[in-house]
Design a protein around this ligand. Sequence first.
Ligand SMILES: NC(=O)c1ccc[n+]([C@@H]2O[C@H](COP(=O)([O-])OP(=O)(O)OC[C@H]3O[C@@H](n4cnc5c(N)ncnc54)[C@H](OP(=O)(O)O)[C@@H]3O)[C@@H](O)[C@H]2O)c1
Length: 312
Amino acid sequence: MVKNKVLILGAKGMLGQELVRVFQKDKKYAVFGWDRDEIDITDRKESARKISELKPKIILNAAAYNAVDKCEEDESELKKALAINGKAPGYLATIAKKIDAIFVHYSSDYVFGKKMPEIIEPEGCTHICATCALHKDFIPEIGFREEDEPAPVNKYGKTKLAGEKAVRKAGGKYYLIRLSKLFGAPAKAKTAKRSFFDVMLEIGKKNKTVKVVDEETSCFTYAPDLAKKTKEIIEAKKDFGIYHIVNSDPCTWYEAVEELYMQAKLKKVKIEPVSGSEFARPAQRPYFSVLINTKLNPLRSYKKALAEYLKK
Ligand SMILES: NC(=O)c1ccc[n+]([C@@H]2O[C@H](COP(=O)([O-])OP(=O)(O)OC[C@H]3O[C@@H](n4cnc5c(N)ncnc54)[C@H](OP(=O)(O)O)[C@@H]3O)[C@@H](O)[C@H]2O)c1
């Protein structure tokens, strides 16, 4: 059997390692997982040579610069972020187009946040009266849709938006997938960050009271769920373009910790909701950045995914 070659970039990252796992399970694919030791995606020539030699049918780019605060206040870090997040995705999309490969690139809810999303009214509503019958049983889904205009609030978000624009400009057979608040098994990468839930579990085991920011409403994304969904959209030959893939049930950090401690049986820990200003950070975060998926069946609630993660 001739196997389809799949190249996964950022293979040691939190998402990359799950993409490797999901594709390796399927005998149809020959999987190549590359990280920094194998390729520097900011080197356009080297990337073109190495990828053209391999000639994969599918390229998944999970490589990224994710140090949101560092690149907000340090010019040299911002340069790195722009090279990795802003420019490299365009090089990769161009290479993919040349070798006629499908290109998957991952972006972030942080491309939004400067403006609140538009609230969709029920069809026919003229906004004249607050008790309009059309609103009966109509619960609007509030959030950013795939084609909404991005407007980031911090420099990291701007670098991710630059990457999106570079991919769209290159054209070709691309899927641009936005996600938010990724969690899953810790990555093997050198710069790997532990996910929020792992950090909060440790804090909850050591403290009687824990302060948590009750803001930044958005959706969690469980890395194994996103990896599976990525494979599904490729295999289902979905239209190329932008997709929002996140787990259901948007929440603030505080609400997520309530759920975490309940599931982890840390019920005695007092969780105190606080405003973002109590934890001053260099980069502003979007107050609200819920991504709405209008193109795919929704993923399960993050609560179910979290239960699976904690069991593992
Ligand atoms: N984590 C989140 O909460 C979150 C939220 C929204 C969107 N996203 C997006 O989701 C995607 C996956 O994120 P993740 O959290 O899985 O990332 P991650 O764990 O930080 O992994 C990124 C990987 O890319 C590698 N890499 C960085 N620069 C590279 C370069 N120039 N050449 C080759 N490899 C390079 C890193 O290696 P080093 O460790 O050596 O740098 C690391 O192994 C990214 O596009 C990210 O922006 C993530």
